[in-house]
Design a protein around this ligand. Structure first.
Ligand code: AMP
Length: 286
């Protein structure tokens, strides 16, 4: 049975017991409303570690004032069952009060990779993400932590933080899991009506069209972004938040496009914000 720990003290003692039994520790940080995307991270952690912790925490500090913190789906028992089916050992589901002291004033900031993309559109978002991940890493002390490529900028920022601050753990990236129609699975997909869902497929189509343009020889980031935009706005129901075509490691402009680049986009479908990305090896034809 996979149980739920709600305090730092509880999770620390669970992890300590696993460690003294010689088990390595994997952490899968999530905001809950778990789905097959999270499941892929959990499966990987369970395969690679003797003890897997799944944290479920809707982190208030990474939401802007006008974002969906209040309405973000919360379904802890369902999440616990999914963790159990995956073979995870414990769910760590602290309250915001447990996680943050009421007079919390210390933050972790990555200052370069967070400048563009979601960082530019969601002020303070990544400060909340890096701070909560740092706290989770200190509380759980995992050997490995698992992050999805769907949140590409987040993955890169966390990898950078771990490197820059010499944190003794490995960040393991996991490929984006998609529904059969190509839509990246997301907890926020729950907000979409049937019509919204069909419309949302244009995001993925746009990214694929961008990749086709690069394969066809296009080397201008702006031109690739316009191709992506054309596909998305052609749909009619989606609004572009941003489309960026940047170096896949530095997240800075690549002109002309070369090496590995990422095409990343965020769109609104009504009030629902969706993100997706595609990494392209520019010189490869595959
Ligand atoms: P979230 O609960 O949305 O904060 O996501 C928790 C973790 O699961 C993050 O590392 C995400 O990148 C990852 N994740 C979310 N959706 C997917 C997906 N469709 N495929 C792979 N990983 C995902």
């Amino acid at each position: 049975m996979t149980d739920v720990a709600t305090t730092k003290q509880e999770i620390r003692s669970r992890v300590a017991a696993a460690r003294s039994a010689g088990r390595s520790v994997g952490l899968v940080p999530t905001m809950g409303a778990l789905h097959v995307g999270h499941r892929a991270l959990l499966d990987r952690s369970v395969a690679e570690n003797g003890f897997t912790v799944c944290s479920v925490f809707v982190n208030p500090t990474q939401f802007g004032p006008s974002e969906d913190f209040e309405r973000y789906p919360r379904q802890l028992e369902q999440d616990r069952l999914l963790c159990e089916a995956a073979g995870a050992d414990v769910v760590f589901a602290p309250s915001p009060q447990e996680m943050y002291a009421s007079d919390h004033t210390t933050w972790v900031n990555e200052e370069r990779l967070t400048e563009g993309m979601c960082g530019a559109r969601r002020p303070g978002h990544f400060r909340g993400v890096t701070t909560v991940c740092m706290k989770l890493f200190h509380v759980v002390v995992p050997d490995r932590a698992y992050f999805g490529c769907k949140d590409y900028q987040q993955l890169k920022v966390i990898q950078r933080m771990v490197r820059d601050l010499d944190l003794p753990l490995e960040i393991v990236p996991v490929e984006t899991v998609r529904d059969a129609d190509g839509l990246a699975v997301s907890s926020r997909n729950q907000y979409l009506s049937a019509d919204d869902r069909v419309a949302s497929l244009a995001l993925r189509r746009g990214l694929l069209a961008g990749r086709e343009a690069v394969r066809g020889g296009e080397r201008s980031a702006r031109a690739v972004a316009e191709t992506v935009r054309g596909e998305i706005v052609g749909q009619g129901r989606l609004q572009v938040d941003y489309i960026e075509v940047v170096d896949a490691e530095t997240l800075e402009p690549s002109a002309p496009l070369s090496g590995r680049v990422v095409v990343a986009a965020a769109v609104y479908c009504g009030d629902t914000r969706l993100i997706d990305n595609i990494v392209i090896d520019v010189e490869s034809k595959e």
